[in-house]
Design a protein around this ligand. Structure first.
Ligand code: GLA
Length: 352
C-alpha cells in the first residue's frame, strides 16, 4: 500500500515525498462512554491509512485520494471543499492554524486498507496520519495528545460529527499486542497487554455502511446532554459517567423522558462494564470478559438503540457458535463491524 501511495505521488507531483501511516482501531468495550467522560477500551489494528506528503513552496495545496480517484486543490484561505474526504485534510490544517501553527502549502496523496464507513475509524486514521505528516514535515511541535484533539475537532467543526476522543486517541497511542484503558475525563491511560491465551479477536464486517454524519449519533449525544441538565436540577454531577447505577436510580424521577433514561442507563452500565473488563482482562478471566462484551451488545441494542437487524444477527448468532466467549458491535453503531473473542481452534468455523 505504501508503495502504491508513493508511486501515485511521484506520477502526480514528482519525487521526494515522505510516507506516514496511522492505524484504524477496534473498540473492545466502552461504547458511547467517551463523550460522557467515562472509560473506553480500544486498540489499534493492523490496517492503516497512508499519507505521502511534500512541501510544494506555493500558495495552494494539492491532495489526491486513491479511494475516490480524485484530486482537489486546497486553498486554506478559502471555504471548505465540497468533497467530504478533502474536508478532513482541510479541517486538520484549519485546526492546526487555530492553535497558532503556520502550515505551508503541500502536495499529498493518501489511501489505505482500513475499510471506509465500517466502524474501524478510517476517519480518525486519516486525521491522525495527516496530522502526523504535517506536524513532522513542518516541525509544528504538536504532541500526540494535541494531534488527537485536532482530529476530534476536525470531526466537530468540518465534518459535523460531535464525536468523543476515543478514536483519535486510540489510533495515536495504540501499541501492538495491547489494549488501551482510557479515562476520557482526564485522558490518563494504561496500555494493557492482551494475553488472550489461545483466543483471538475476530473483526467481522457487516458491510452495512455506518455513516455517523447522517446517522443519529449526534441525537444520542444531545439526549445525554439533556439528561445531564435534568439531573443537575438536584444533583451536581459533571458527566453522566460520574454516576453509579444506584445513583442513577435515585435521580431517575428527574429524567422526564423514558427513552432518554434508557440512554443514560446504557452510558452508566457500560462504564461499569469497562471498569470490570479492565480488571478481568488483567486477571486473565476471558470468560467474564466475553460475558461483558455480550452485555455491552445487549445494552447497545435495547437501551441505546444503535445496532439494527444486521448487527444484532451477526453478534447474537456469533455468540451461539462453539468456542465464542463474546461478540458485540464495535464503534458508533448503525452498521459497521462486530468484534468477537473466539478460540483459535474455532476461528475458521466462525468465519465460515
Ligand atoms: C464513534 C465516535 C467515538 C465514540 C464511538 C462510540 O466511533 O467517533 O467518539 O463515541 O462512536 O463509542
Amino acid at each position: 500500500m505504501k508503495t502504491k501511495i508513493l508511486e501515485k505521488f511521484k506520477a502526480l507531483y514528482g519525487d521526494g515525498a515522505v510516507c506516514y501511516a496511522s492505524p484504524g482501531r477496534v473498540n473492545l468495550i466502552g461504547e458511547h462512554t467517551d463523550y460522557n467522560m467515562g472509560f473506553v477500551m480500544p486498540g489499534a489494528i493492523d490496517k492503516a491509512i497512508y499519507v505521502a506528503v511534500k512541501p510544494n513552496g506555493g500558495k495552494v495545496s494539492h491532495v489526491y485520494s486513491i479511494d475516490y480517484d480524485e484530486a482537489v486543490e486546497l486553498d486554506m484561505t478559502g471555504d471548505k471543499p465540497a468533497q467530504q474526504w478533502a474536508s478532513y485534510v482541510y479541517g486538520v490544517v484549519k485546526e492546526m492554524e487555530k492553535r497558532g501553527a503556520k502550515v505551508p502549502a503541500f502536495d499529498m496523496t493518501f489511501g489505505g486498507d482500513v475499510p471506509l464507513g465500517a466502524g474501524l475509524s478510517s476517519s480518525a486514521a486519516l486525521e491522525s496520519a495527516v496530522g502526523f505528516a504535517l506536524n513532522d514535515t513542518f516541525n509544528l511541535g504538536f504532541s500526540r495528545e494535541e494531534l488527537a484533539k485536532i482530529g476530534q475537532m476536525t470531526e466537530h467543526n468540518y465534518i459535523g460529527v460531535r464525536c468523543g476522543i476515543m478514536d483519535q486517541f486510540a489510533v495515536g497511542m495504540g501499541k501492538k499486542g495491547h489494549a488501551i484503558a482510557l479515562d476520557c475525563s482526564t485522558l490518563d491511560y494504561d496500555l494493557i497487554p492482551l494475553n488472550l491465551n489461545g483466543y483471538k479477536l475476530v473483526i467481522t464486517n457487516s458491510n452495512k455502511n455506518h455513516d455517523l454524519v447522517t446517522s443519529e449519533y449526534n441525537v444520542r449525544r444531545s439526549q445525554c446532554e439533556q439528561a445531564l441538565a435534568d439531573i443537575n436540577q438536584e444533583l451536581d454531577v459533571k458527566h453522566l459517567c460520574d454516576l453509579s447505577e444506584e445513583e442513577l436510580e435515585r435521580v431517575r424521577h428527574l429524567i422526564s423522558d423514558e427513552t432518554v433514561y434508557r440512554r443514560v442507563r446504557h452510558a452508566v452500565t457500560e462504564n461499569e462494564r469497562v471498569n470490570e473488563a479492565i480488571d478481568v482482562l488483567q486477571k486473565g478471566d476471558l470468560v467474564r470478559f466475553g460475558e461483558l462484551m455480550n452485555a455491552s451488545h445487549r445494552s447497545l441494542k435495547k437501551d441505546y438503540e444503535v445496532t439494527g437487524v444486521e448487527m444484532d444477527t451477526l453478534a447474537e448468532e456469533g455468540q451461539k457458535l462453539p468456542g465464542v466467549l463474546g461478540s458485540r458491535i464495535t464503534g458508533g453503531g448503525f452498521g459497521g463491524c462486530t468484534v468477537s473473542l473466539v478460540n483459535e481452534d474455532n476461528v475458521q468455523e466462525f468465519i465460515e
